[in-house]
Structures are given as structure tokens and as C-alpha cells.
Ligand binder design. Sequence first.
Ligand SMILES: NC(=O)c1ccc[n+]([C@@H]2O[C@H](COP(=O)([O-])OP(=O)(O)OC[C@H]3O[C@@H](n4cnc5c(N)ncnc54)[C@H](OP(=O)(O)O)[C@@H]3O)[C@@H](O)[C@H]2O)c1
Length: 231
Amino acid sequence: MTENLPTRIAVVGGTGPQGRGLGYRLALAGHEVVLGSRDAERATAAAEELAQQAGVARITGAANLAAAESAGIVLLAVPYDGHAQLVTSLARAMAGKIVISCVNPLSFDRFGPYGRNVLAGSAAEEAAELVPSATVVGAFHHLAAPLLLDPEADLSHEDVLVCGDDIAAKERVMALAADVTGGRALDAGRLRLARQLEPLTAVLISVNKRYKTRSGLALTGLAPAVGKVPA
Ligand SMILES: NC(=O)c1ccc[n+]([C@@H]2O[C@H](COP(=O)([O-])OP(=O)(O)OC[C@H]3O[C@@H](n4cnc5c(N)ncnc54)[C@H](OP(=O)(O)O)[C@@H]3O)[C@@H](O)[C@H]2O)c1
């Protein structure tokens, strides 16, 4: 498994529940987190609140661009609406870096949630197309923000499915995922499988609504500790 050194991670869209939740767990695990926002003041306020909740100082806030410029790893935690425009605006800041996408292109109608058609195949592939020099990895699509933000919530039984085309980057993100949940991260395959992982969240949301729960994913048939990309 890749050595999991403390890293500075920029969370673009870090004022939202998913960005704050992942930022919270990553900071608790020892990483330096900078929450990004379209508004630097909003980012700073969110970061101060989260730092207090986590009891750690290593959470700061900045405008999305400054956050992405300052970090070695960039996590995209924004809605799919406006995704292409935002990614394009951050392209130079993300060039040559690992970019993690947890973006789920979903829509809702009177029948509930469903996956949207994305021209590039998936949000993660869209980011990769827009920033070809970045190494995009898909992860964290199925972790529920309220649980990430709940210090009492045990996420160690949930699997984080990670997809990407670069093995080293994928192992790096799998190590971060294990930090977030305290559990298992699985190599789900190539980045194109984000086309299946992203809309799968619509199923979880639908189940949540029907059973009034917060469902997550756990696969059967695997050894308990899987953290390496299989040869
Ligand atoms: N919520 C969950 O439980 C969950 C779980 C798994 C995956 N996800 C995925 O994670 C992503 C973020 O989820 P979320 O619930 O945190 O979303 P959100 O609250 O709707 O948005 C997150 C942040 O994105 C920024 N934002 C909103 N619209 C934007 C736009 N057009 N352009 C640029 N920035 C914009 C906002 O920050 P500023 O206004 O401060 O810029 C907002 O606080 C989504 O793609 C979602 O599918 C969410």
C-alpha cells in the first residue's frame, strides 16, 4: 500500500455537506485541509466552524482557485450543474495533480432520483477531459455527508469504491479513503467505471427514502483488508 503521508488537500465546494464531511474526516486523520468556495469569506467561516468541531487547527478556507493552487491533491465536491465551467476555471491550478471526484450527476423528478446522461460518460471523465494533465480518480460517491459529519458515526463497514487509470494515484486515494472511513477501499477499475459508480448513488438515495435510513455500500466475497490495486 502507498505510504499515506499527511497531505494538503483542497476541497473545492468545501462549504457543502459532502466537502465539509470529507474535510472533517481527512483532517481528523492528520491531513491538512483547505475548504474552497466561490466566496473566500464563506470558506473561511465554514473552515473555522469545522476546525472547532474537529478540535484540530489544520482546516482553513480560501477561494476555490487559491485552495486548488495551494494543495497537492484537489477534491471536487460540487454539484454537477456548473461542473464543467468550474473545472475549466481551475484547470491551471489542478494541472499535474491528483484530482478526486465524488461528483454524482443526478436529477430528481416526481418518481425520485436518477442518473443524468453526461456527454463525457461521467463527471470524473469530464474533469479528465477538461484537465488532461491532471490524474483524475473517482471516489467517495456513496458516503453520506451526514454520517461523515457525525463524530459518532462508524463508517468502517462501508467500502469506498475507487476508479481511475493511474495505479499510483488510485492507491494514494485508496489510502485516503481508508483514512476517511477507517475501513476498506476497493479498486473498482478504470476511470470509465465512474459511469456506473456515479448514478448508483441514485439507488442509495431511493433506498434511503423508502427505508428511512442512510444506506452505504459493502461488497461481499473479498478479504477484510484490501487496500492495494491488484496486480
Ligand atoms: N451530500 C451527500 O451526502 C453526498 C454524498 C456523496 C456524493 N455527493 C456528491 O458530492 C457533491 C457535493 O455534494 P453536496 O451535497 O455537498 O452539494 P451542495 O451542497 O449542493 O454543493 C456543495 C458546494 O458547491 C458549491 N457550488 C454550488 N453550486 C455551484 C456552482 N454552480 N459552481 C461552483 N460551485 C458551486 C457551493 O459552495 P459555495 O457556494 O460556497 O461556492 C456548495 O456549498 C455532489 O456532486 C454530490 O452528488 C454528495
